[in-house]
Structure formats: structure tokens, C-alpha cells
Design a protein around this ligand. Structure first.
Ligand SMILES: O=C(O)C[C@@H](Cc1ccccc1)[C@H](O)SCc1ccccc1
Ligand SMILES: [Zn+2]
Length: 171
């Protein structure tokens, strides 16, 4: 399992590099990210969340949690003008769920783990998750869409929890 960085870790604000080599190492990274995502549990995970600053995303929104989708170097090629709200969470901001508005439908172009290009049209939870994960590749998180007041409260709470966690370890 890979350790998931917690907000407000500055490494979460780094912009991820494009993947240019589609080798066994990439397949290992994808397998490790998938295992970490399923264990969390989450329905998506972006490489920067596990301190790997490359444009790799894994998603599984299936009921049976047995349909992994991998997006390498993803980009949003079209986004609907129509927006949709969703109570988003994030594995890097545990316990926080806040409403975020995003385009309801997106078309994403990406490469699979072998480097083959593909396009996907997404709506509903898939559209939310894809946009949420692609934000992570740009160093963005859903808390960046909230008011500064809310974001500062979340930051304070996360830092407090971090300190308490550390104290437990040392005590
Ligand atoms: O990127 C992450 O941190 C994983 C996110 C992905 C996500 C966030 C908001 C909306 C959709 C997906 C989640 O923490 S995975 C946990 C989860 C599970 C079901 C529904 C929403 C969030
Ligand atoms: Zn997230």
C-alpha cells in the first residue's frame, strides 16, 4: 500500500509530469495505486496523492468494485455548459464532504497503460470523479473551490488531527 498524502501537504499542489514511457514500472505503479484505492476505500486515486508526480489516474465506480479504469495523460477535450452539484470527498481530506459544482458532462482523451489513445464521454459520478482526479494532476483539490473561510477551517482541522495522530504515536 502507498501512503496517501494529507491536505494541506504542499506536495499535493505540485503539477504532475506527463508519462512518456509505458513500461513494466508504470504497470506496477498502476497496480499499487489500485490496491491503495480499493483499501482506502475510494472510487478514484491520482498519482500525486501518493507522492508520485506523474499523470496517472485509477478509477472504479462499479458496484462490485471489479472494474478498474486507468487514465494516463488525461485531458478534458469538451465540457458541458450545464453544471451539476455533488457532495465531494477526497482521500487526502478525510472526513470532509462539501458540495462542488462541475460541468455535468465531459469528454476526456487519455492513454491506457500501453500508451494507446482513447476518448470517453462521461456524465454523473464518472464525470465528477474524472474532473476531481484530473484536478489532482494539476495540483488542485476540491477544497480550492470552497470559500477561503471554509478552506481555512478545514486546514486548521486537518493540522490539528495530524498533531493528535503524531502525539498518539509518541505516547
Ligand atoms: O480523489 C480522491 O481522493 C478519491 C475521491 C474520488 C471522488 C471524490 C468526489 C466524488 C467522486 C469521487 C473519493 O474520496 S473516493 C470516496 C468516495 C466514494 C464514493 C463517493 C464519493 C467519494
Ligand atoms: Zn481527491
Amino acid at each position: 500500500l502507498l501512503p496517501i498524502l494529507r491536505y494541506p501537504d504542499p506536495r499535493l499542489n505540485k503539477v504532475a509530469e506527463p508519462v512518456t514511457v509505458f513500461d513494466e514500472q508504470l504497470k506496477t505503479l498502476v497496480a499499487d495505486m489500485a490496491q491503495t484505492m480499493y483499501d482506502a476505500p475510494g472510487i478514484g486515486l491520482a498519482a500525486p496523492q501518493v507522492d508520485v508526480h506523474r499523470q496517472v489516474i485509477v478509477i472504479d465506480i462499479s458496484e462490485d468494485r471489479n472494474t478498474l479504469q486507468v487514465f494516463i495523460n488525461p485531458e478534458i477535450v469538451t465540457a458541458s455548459a450545464e453544471k451539476a452539484p455533488y457532495d465531494e470527498g477526497c482521500l487526502s481530506v478525510p472526513g470532509i464532504y462539501e458540495e462542488v459544482e462541475r460541468p455535468a458532462r465531459v469528454t476526456v482523451r487519455a492513454q491506457d497503460v500501453n500508451g494507446k489513445f482513447f476518448d470517453i464521454q462521461a456524465e454523473g459520478l464518472m464525470a465528477v470523479c474524472l474532473q476531481h482526479e484530473i484536478d489532482h494532476l494539476k495540483g488542485f483539490m476540491f477544497v480550492d473551490y470552497l470559500s477561503q473561510l471554509k478552506r481555512n477551517r478545514i486546514k486548521t482541522r486537518m493540522l490539528k488531527e495530524e498533531r493528535e495522530k503524531k502525539r498518539e504515536k509518541t505516547s
